[in-house]
Design a protein around this ligand. Structure first.
Ligand code: 6R9
Length: 573
């Protein structure tokens, strides 16, 4: 077994075992003044606290895109979010109202979101790429009273069909403004608003602040509801896992439409008072390496799909940039292929640390840590203060090596508190007494490391064997011709299912029957005969969510000629 040993430095989590034995979430509460007052606001703790504790002049946000380049200190963000809070109050928003944020990444987005949280509203971040039906479904389900958007996106809001939606706040010049009472200019309303901090609503730890819609495999998207108390875990995992320190320049590449872009694009870094980079615009290897180089990024949190695209980029792209500022790299969203970890080690001379969590879990739960060995292909071990296990469908814990439901003992701080308007759905996650059942299949090894196998629906039964798609996909991307791979079970009369692989080739490779055979031989000799994809289909690109997850259910639907279900989160580029 290949193992990447822990670094020799001093880390925020120095002794994992000891911390597991002694840690209590109560300790973290003491870092915040609300442990005395009982009243809290996550947006205050994220921004204002640093100003009030003398760190106001520190750079909080470094923003750039093709046309803009700006930076904001904590003091500047405090003033802007206070002003936004007054604006929301002036427009009648109060505690518990749902305010949606439908904007491309920009400083205005971060101000709009945190300002709404300051007045106690529950924010619903949307991907800017959402089209009309996706926007409508989410506003309808949540009965949102306001949406903040930009002139380019406003036409996708079907306001006539949304009786609860009272205000459409437009940031930037738009000819819509004033055309009906619903359309309001954000710039105008901001200019009229005060900038002191009296608009902050002090709420209870169990009051909600964010509603993240996430699609199930079919059916309509679910509104996952999180409360202010989640900050304890955003803050603490920012230390233990992101290993954030005073002078870090941190870059999380995720959009706030995805939970990673809020929990770790806003709250994790800023609760810890570090400088946070936001890069607008689209992904390209040159742009991303350029961003690390330009800002001297030290801690970088991204996703396997992006790492695989960087791997496939020409070597010169890498050589054109100085990436020596990087100290710590992390990944989330999808299984992190061992090949990607090896690549990271080769090109950055750093280990890529995988982290596992979900929209529903609100924050990281199973992770790799700078002070612990990494087993490439494993998601790591539970954070201190959290217990994870592998259970069967009746809740019996399974021994090491056996595949089953990845489950978490209930009661961690960032756990979702409800699915909006859908109690039965919420209860499904907790059907096994005392456990949150994730819907992922995994196993645990003798050393307590967890190994992801697939979503439950993705695990393949072939000729009596249970095969996780991840292991095969990871082996496939080790082949020199393969850029990305998605593996599904295709119904077969004799074997139950056969393994079918959809493959996107690297540049410079052409599809052919010889290549198919070569790939099959490669899997047979490197993995196992039963793991060989009997069918291989080449695609220009694989269907993926906006957070970069390969949509195996879409591959299956294509294969079986069945309806593909809700595609609102599919990336159409
Ligand atoms: C944060 C986020 C959750 C699902 C999760 C699992 C997959 C996330 C992973 C991973 C393997 C990892 N997933 N992290 N699979 N290794 N490190 O991604 O939330 O968008 O709700 O997705 O993503 O299947 O159940 P979300």
């Amino acid at each position: 077994m290949e193992i990447l040993e822990a670094g020799q430095g001093t880390y925020q989590l120095q002794d994992y075992q000891k911390e597991r034995e002694t840690f209590d979430w109560k300790q973290v509460e003491k870092a915040f003044s609300w442990s005395e007052t009982g009243k809290v606001n996550i947006a205050y703790e994220t921004i204002d606290r640093h100003v009030n504790e003398g760190r106001g002049d520190k750079k909080a946000l470094l923003y750039s895109d093709k046309n803009r380049e700006e930076s904001y200190t904590f003091s500047e963000l405090k003033e802007k979010t206070d002003q936004a809070a007054h604006m929301y109050r002036n427009l009648g928003i109060s505690k518990g109202d749902r305010v949606f944020i439908f904007m491309p990444r920009s400083p205005e987005l971060y101000v709009a979101l945190l300002g709404a949280v300051k007045v106690g509203a529950v924010v619903g971040p949307l991907f800017e790429a959402f089209m009309q039906d996706a926007v409508k479904a989410r506003l309808e389900d949540s009965e949102a009273s306001m949406i903040v958007t930009t002139p380019d996106l406003v036409s996708r809001i079907p306001h006539e069909d949304l009786p609860h939606l009272k205000t459409i706040l437009i940031s930037g010049d738009s000819d819509k403004t004033g055309s009906s009472e619903k359309f309001v200019s954000m710039d105008e309303k901001l200019a009229e608003a005060d900038t002191d901090d009296s608009a902050i609503e002090w709420v209870d730890l169990e009051d909600g602040f964010i509603l993240h819609y996430t699609s199930g495999s079919t059916g309509k998207p679910k509104g996952v509801y999180h409360v202010h108390k989640a900050m304890l875990q955003h803050y603490q995992t920012g230390k233990w896992v992101l290993d954030l320190r005073e002078d870090d320049v941190y870059w999380c590449t995720a959009d706030p439409g995805w939970v990673t872009g809020t929990s770790y694009g806003i709250f994790g870094p800023w609760l810890n008072g570090v400088t946070n980079v936001v890069r607008g615009g689209r992904f390209s290897p040159d742009d991303w390496y350029g961003t690390i180089d330009k800002y001297n990024v030290t801690v970088w949190y991204s996703a396997p799909t992006a790492f695989r695209m960087l791997m496939a980029a020409p070597q010169e792209t890498l050589k054109n940039h100085d990436l020596s500022s990087l100290r710590h790299i992390l990944s989330v969203g999808e299984p992190l292929n061992p090949e990607v970890v090896r690549w990271g080690w080769d090109v950055f001379n750093l280990r890529i640390h995988d982290t596992w969590w979900m929209t529903e879990t609100g924050a990281m739960l199973i992770c790799n840590y700078p002070s612990e060995p990494i087993k490439p292909g494993s998601m790591g071990k539970p954070i201190p203060g959290v217990d994870a296990s592998i259970v069967d469908d009746h809740g019996n814990e399974l021994p090491p090596g056996e595949m089953g439901n990845l489950a978490i003992k209930t009661g961690w701080p960032a756990q979702m508190r409800k699915i909006w308007n859908n109690e039965p759905k919420f209860n499904e996650y907790f059907a096994i007494e005392g456990w949150y059942v994730s819907g992922d299949t995994a196993y645990r090894d003798e050393d307590g490391y967890f190994w992801f196998q697939g979503r439950n629906d993705d695990v393949i039964m072939t000729a009596g064997e249970r095969v996780g798609p991840f292991e095969i996909e990871s082996k496939l991307v080790e082949h020199e011709a393969v850029a990305e791979a998605g593996v599904i079970g295709k119904p077969d009369e004799i074997r139950g299912h056969i393994i079918k692989a959809f493959i996107a080739l690297r540049e410079g490779y052409e599809e052919s029957d010889e290549l198919k055979e070569q790939i099959q031989k490669f899997i047979k000799s490197e993995l196992a005969a039963h793991a060989v994809p009997r069918e291989i289909e080449f695609k220009d690109k694989l269907p993926k969510t906006r957070s970069g997850k390969i949509m195996r259910r879409v591959l299956k639907a294509w294969e079986l000629d069945e309806p593909t279900g809700d595609l609102s989160t599919m990336d159409d580029n």
